[in-house]
Write a protein that binds this ligand. Structure first.
Ligand SMILES: Nc1nc2c(ncn2[C@@H]2O[C@H](COP(=O)(O)OP(=O)(O)OP(=O)(O)O)[C@@H](O)[C@H]2O)c(=O)[nH]1
Ligand SMILES: [Mg+2]
Length: 394
């Protein structure tokens, strides 16, 4: 699986509840800080309309025209301010986020937990104060990795004229940072790449901050919206960042009830139908409470948050490679067998490489299976494109 999203934030914000609701994996959830110590990894899905809705039959790989494309989700231990200096559980847990291409920062919008995740009365803590610390901890985590060999590196780069991007990317590879991130950050910070000894401590921290924003883009889940004072949610939504109000607890109720065949509900739906006749009055009442919430808020926000992270924050599209442009099938006759998440701006040649490096090397041209038009190597693919790749015979 090529796409990984990390759930991070202070303890007790609802990360594991979000994770459990999104993956249905069995993980521990509790109303005290540091319930999660070891990271949980699982599979969740982005949701999109399947291209087969334009055909007269469904492809068999979607749920009645809704396509679910798998991505990996990681739930990590809670972080507190100054974790990079060893507070709370320290920052070693940030290493669990290294594969993440994006981060969902789970905030307790109810104000019912302090900055360290200890329960307080609802509304007692201002969640706006929880926003910035995570970026700072991530920046300082990158900083600590860079500083491990800084003096030696800067001397070496100056003396041997080595490539700075290459050396730093090598150093930060474990944090999911690549040469392009470094190169963009160097340009943005306008630092003298040949004289690292002239960079001040402030320059280095700013440089790490830019690397962090490029390599770990973040979306905020304003969680516990079911119990949050409305102004807390609207204050968070007014921020100049991507914010999605969520109720991980409500999603967990609905996904669990759906799995137990008590209700009919698909992630992201704004309502559900009770299908079991065996529910107790208490279970029915619980479900009706969730119904009145999601009718008001247009869903629990969990699927919306995952979709926004993938399609808006990371700017990805879904492309469907096929071998038969008429039937939209692979060589075994399976219709629309694969759905690939790709960066917006990708072209058919990039898709060919994603299918197989060999097909990429032997790429000739592609065909848009919807219009039957031939696509050049540099043609920009769109979300939902169905594409046949033509390559030279082996
Ligand atoms: N009302 C409400 N409570 C929630 C929601 N999401 C989580 N909770 C509760 O918040 C508490 C903490 O949830 P967890 O999912 O364990 O939080 P966490 O962020 O994983 O915590 P740590 O592992 O300690 O960092 C539990 O009591 C959950 O039931 C929500 O959307 N609404
Ligand atoms: Mg947890």
């Amino acid at each position: 699986m090529s796409m990984t999203i990390g759930l991070a934030g202070k303890p007790n914000a609802g990360k594991s509840t979000f994770f459990k609701a999104a993956t249905l994996a069995d993980v521990e959830i509790a109303n005290y800080p540091f319930t999660t110590i070891h990271a949980n990894k699982g599979v969740t899905y982005v949701k999109s309309e399947c291209p087969c809705v334009s055909r007269d039959k469904r492809c068999g790989n979607c749920s009645d025209g809704i396509r679910y494309v798998p991505i990996e989700l990681i739930d990590v231990a809670g972080l507190v301010p100054d974790a990079h200096q060893g507070r709370g559980l320290g920052n070693t847990f940030l290493d669990d986020l290294r594969q993440a291409q994006a981060i969902i920062h789970v905030i307790d919008a109810s104000g019912g937990t302090d900055i360290e995740g200890n329960p307080v009365d609802i509304g007692d803590h201002d969640p706006l104060g929880d926003i910035d610390f995570l970026n700072h901890e991530l920046t300082m985590w990158i900083h600590s990795i860079i500083m491990r060999n800084w003096t030696k590196l800067s001397r070496k780069i100056q003396a041997e004229g080595l490539n700075l991007e290459h050396i730093l990317a090598d150093q930060l590879m474990g944090a999911g940072v690549n040469e392009q991130h470094i190169s963009e950050a160097l340009n943005e910070c306008k630092l003298d790449r040949n004289h690292l000894s002239t960079w001040s401590e402030e320059d280095i921290v700013h440089f790490c901050d830019v690397i962090r924003s490029l390599s770990k883009p973040m979306i905020i889940a304003a969680n516990k919206m079911d119990v949050a004072p409305p102004e807390n949610v609207s204050n968070l939504q007014a921020l100049e960042q991507m914010v999605v109000p969520t109720s991980a607890a409500a999603e967990l109720v609905l996904r669990s009830a759906s799995k137990g065949q008590a209700i009919s509900y698909e992630p992201g739906d704004k309502d559900f139908t009770i299908i079991s006749e065996k529910l107790s009055p208490a279970q029915k009442k619980g479900l009706e409470n969730v119904r009145s919430l999601i009718q008001k808020t247009e869903g629990t926000g969990i699927q919306e948050c995952i979709n926004s992270a993938v399609f808006e924050l990371l700017d990805l599209i879904i492309v469907y490679p096929v071998e038969d442009e008429g039937k939209w099938t692979d060589k075994n006759g399976r219709m629309l067998p694969d759905a690939f998440l790709m960066k917006k701006g990708s072209n058919p040649h990039d898709l060919a490489y994603k299918v197989h490096s060999d097909i990429g090397d032997r790429f000739l041209y592609a065909v848009d299976a919807k219009t039957k038009m031939r696509l050049g190597e540099k043609h920009e693919l769109k979300d939902g494109d169905v594409v046949k790749i033509v390559s030279t015979a082996k």
